[in-house]
Write a protein that binds this ligand. Structure first.
Ligand code: FES
Length: 118
């Protein structure tokens, strides 16, 4: 049984500037996490919803990356101004934001990007 109703992992992994792969810290991961934390506190959901920093989730090319358990809903290319919508819809109302969630096309795009890197 999960300790939290929703457990949000936000990648904040950092890589050197000369790294081939991007990193979520360079494209706003920490600010995205802080906005989730603010919303959790505003709604009095501390201890019920948790927003954790995560290390690399291996989706770096499409960062920043957020994944929400227990349903394993993945969001890629998240922008700071997407966070409120994700929170309201996915966290408060259990409805993932379809237009922002990863799907088969997302993973195909990731595969292509990784092949181009190698
Ligand atoms: S650096 Fe965020 S998924 Fe790899």
């Amino acid at each position: 049984m999960s300790k939290y109703d929703k457990h949000i992992f936000i990648c904040v992994n950092e890589r050197p500037d000369n790294s081939k792969r991007g990193s979520c810290s360079k494209c706003g991961g920490a600010d995205i996490r802080m906005r989730f934390v603010q919303l959790i506190n505003e709604y009095g959901l501390k201890g019920i919803i948790r927003a954790n920093k995560s290390g690399c989730l291996d989706v770096c090319e499409l960062g920043p990356v957020v994944v929400i358990y227990p349903d394993a809903v993945w969001y890629t290319k998240v922008k700071l101004n997407d966070v409120d919508e994700i929170f309201n819809s996915n966290i408060l109302n259990n409805k993932p934001v379809k237009s922002l969630t990863a799907d088969k096309n997302t993973w195909n795009e990731l595969q292509l990007l990784k092949e181009m890197e190698s």
